[in-house]
Design a protein around this ligand. Structure first.
Ligand code: HEM
Length: 170
């Protein structure tokens, strides 16, 4: 860890125990959250076949070949011009200048100085997994699935997410 000066100009370093604790926090904060996002995304796509088909069409349009999606592929997936304007694909901080109703209406990663530092990693992970699954499988909710969301730090499917996968033959 590189040394940092505190407000009094004194050098401050994280100790080994603190570095270990930070690693544990990242593991704890980053595992179940993304797993839960993926479980619900797959369940909802399994329930709403019309959206699963649309999502797969988009994946096939954007990501060619059998390889893992590239960073560019992930960027090209759904940038909603209705919400973000015609220049949605460009970096334009001014678009946040005008207050808009939707801006703070959805903030799964929190807001402000303690906003989730794993946000980008989580979104990339989730997109890679969803793209990979959508390219290779059709899926539907299994009759054995019982819908019973349970809040335990994250919102989990209490009796797991039972989904039946069928390999797509191309
Ligand atoms: C879908 C996935 C995730 C969701 C929904 C999520 C959500 C959140 C939320 C709501 C907070 C609190 C923010 C606040 O206090 O305003 C938070 C904090 C945090 N998240 Fe995530 N997170 C996710 C994935 C990750 C990943 C992948 C990592 C790291 C590998 C991570 C690391 C952290 C850490 C270290 C904090 C504490 C930040 C602080 O207190 O300064 N999270 N997350």
């Amino acid at each position: 860890m590189s040394a940092k000066e505190n407000r009094d100009g004194k050098e401050q370093k994280l100790g080994v125990e603190e570095v270990i604790d930070e690693c544990k926090t990242f593991y704890f904060a980053g595992k179940d959250t993304t797993a839960s996002l993926l479980s619900w995304a797959l369940l909802l796509l399994a329930l709403h076949q019309e959206w699963q088909i649309k999502a797969r069409e988009e994946v096939f349009r954007v990501c060619k070949g059998d390889e893992l999606p590239t960073a560019q592929n992930l960027n090209d997936i759904k940038i909603d011009t209705h919400i973000w304007g015609e220049d949605a694909a460009e970096l334009n901080p001014l678009r946040f200048f005008k207050s808009r109703k939707h801006l703070a209406s959805f903030f799964p990663f929190g807001l402000g100085p303690r906003i989730c530092p794993g946000q980008n990693l989580a979104v990339v992970e989730a997109k890679v997994v969803l793209v990979t699954i959508l390219k290779q499988y059709c899926f539907e909710v299994s009759p054995s699935y019982v819908h019973a969301p349970k809040l335990f730090l994250t919102l989990m499917p209490q009796y797991d997410a039972h989904i039946l996968f069928r390999r797509i033959m191309l």
